[in-house]
Design a protein around this ligand. Structure first.
Ligand SMILES: [Zn+2]
Length: 394
């Protein structure tokens, strides 16, 4: 074999440099991060299989059985679940400064603060939500003084349409709807009127209403009649009076009609009055599965009942839902509920690289409803690591 001078010099230079400096300096690593060997569950791709996930430039670049190309960093996810970053549509993360970061560490790469404050006190949670590292928005409480121990809109004057509209108009970048809490201990007899006013608030903005159902004075069908496509019913597992099921365990007709026309039904775990195992059983036996899981996260809930979003999702396993169906209700479905998440909830190539790495542990785990009833589950999901926009956060 004979080489001309130019070929010789190239070969020599490559060999010397290769020996001295190693291969990495010849070219930048192809990817910023590769998550290897995890069980990737992404309902948006109808995928549940062991895959590598490659990330560069803050976006998903490849999801393949094996990715050999070089990466700045690799993350061994063997034995773990790799899912799109979780989206929690009912939290109160805006209530405390470190709320968004705590949720992010639990795998929550997008959240909605659902009505922590009304028009009068909106500035503080708006600032927290704006400063959140992950995409986040907020619903304004129709009660202008926010959540009150005596009831947000027990005094109907607090359901102030003009004040709420002005607050939305002044914070269009953060406020994406209105929250109306309709239980009797929140608004007494005013439920239907409060909801009517909530509708009035959002109508010029074409934004959704989220209602907090459960123990209302008015029958649930009457309330459902006022809901439109894109509206959200949270606390769907709330026990009677006025739960989603009638005394014979059948889903009420107004509820079925609401789902048919595009109203979403959300879990909203919370701590008081929103979830009782026997009501959950009835609703699940009727085949009426939630569209979304959510925590109703608060600093208090972090220590009891709610704990973290993966814990709330584990309750789906307990009530008989397959894991991929549960993940869909914390990723794909919520991405359709609010515009801000439209390109999220997926590991599709090109999507922002938001990833939740979870651990599904076997054992004996206690799950308490909002009434002190305990059930034992054999599996629980735990947060393991979070990637936000391609960056490893915890
Ligand atoms: Zn709430």
């Amino acid at each position: 074999m004979s080489l001309n001078r130019r070929q010789f010099l190239q070969t020599a230079a490559a060999t010397t440099a290769g020996l001295r400096l190693g291969p990495h300096l010849f070219a930048q690593p192809r990817y910023d991060l590769v998550i290897t060997g995890g069980r990737v569950i992404d309902p948006s791709l109808r995928l549940d299989a062991v895959r590598d996930v490659a990330i560069a430039g803050g976006a998903i670049q490849a999801v393949e059985p094996s990715i050999a190309a070089s990466a700045e960093r690799t993350l061994d996810a063997r034995g773990k679940i790799v899912a799109p970053g979780l989206i929690d549509v009912h939290t109160h993360a805006g209530r405390v400064k470190d709320g968004p970061l705590i949720c992010l560490r639990d795998g929550v790469t997008g959240f909605i603060d659902a009505g922590s404050q009304g028009a009068d006190g909106i500035a503080a949670p708006v600032a927290v939500v704006k400063a959140a590292p992950q995409p986040a928005k907020m619903l304004i409480n129709i009660g202008r003084a926010g959540i009150l121990p005596g009831g947000d809109t027990m005094d109907l004057a607090r359901a102030d349409v003009v004040a709420a509209r002005d607050a939305i108009a002044g914070n269009r970048d953060v406020l994406v709807g209105v929250k109306a809490r309709l239980s009797r201990d929140v608004c007494g007899n005013n439920d239907v009127e409060v909801l009517r006013r909530a509708r009035e608030v959002v109508s010029p903005f074409n934004l959704p209403v989220m209602i907090h159902m459960g123990q209302t004075m008015s029958p649930i069908d009457q309330i459902m009649d006022l809901l439109r496509p894109g509206d959200i019913v949270t606390h769907m597992f709330a026990p009677p009076p006025n739960s989603l099921v009638d005394d014979n365990g059948r889903i009420r007709p107004g509820v079925l009609a609401a789902r048919r026309r595009g109203v979403w039904f959300d879990v909203g775990n919370g701590r008081t009055g929103h979830l009782r195992w026997d009501t959950v059983d009835q609703i699940m036996q009727a085949g009426f599965w939630p569209d979304s899981f959510s925590t109703d996260w608060t600093p208090e809930g972090r220590t009891t009942q709610v704990l973290d979003f993966p814990n709330v999702l584990s309750k789906g396993l307990l009530i008989g839902m397959p894991l991929d169906a549960i993940i869909a209700r914390a990723t794909l479905n919520p991405s359709r509920m609010f515009e801000v998440f439209r390109d999220r909830g997926t590991l599709n190539v090109g999507a922002p690289a938001d990833v939740a790495i979870l651990e599904l542990r076997d054992g004996s785990f206690e799950f308490v409803d909002n009434y002190g009833n305990t059930r034992i589950g054999k599996q629980r999901l735990f947060p393991s690591a979070t990637i936000l926009g391609g960056r490893f956060v915890s």
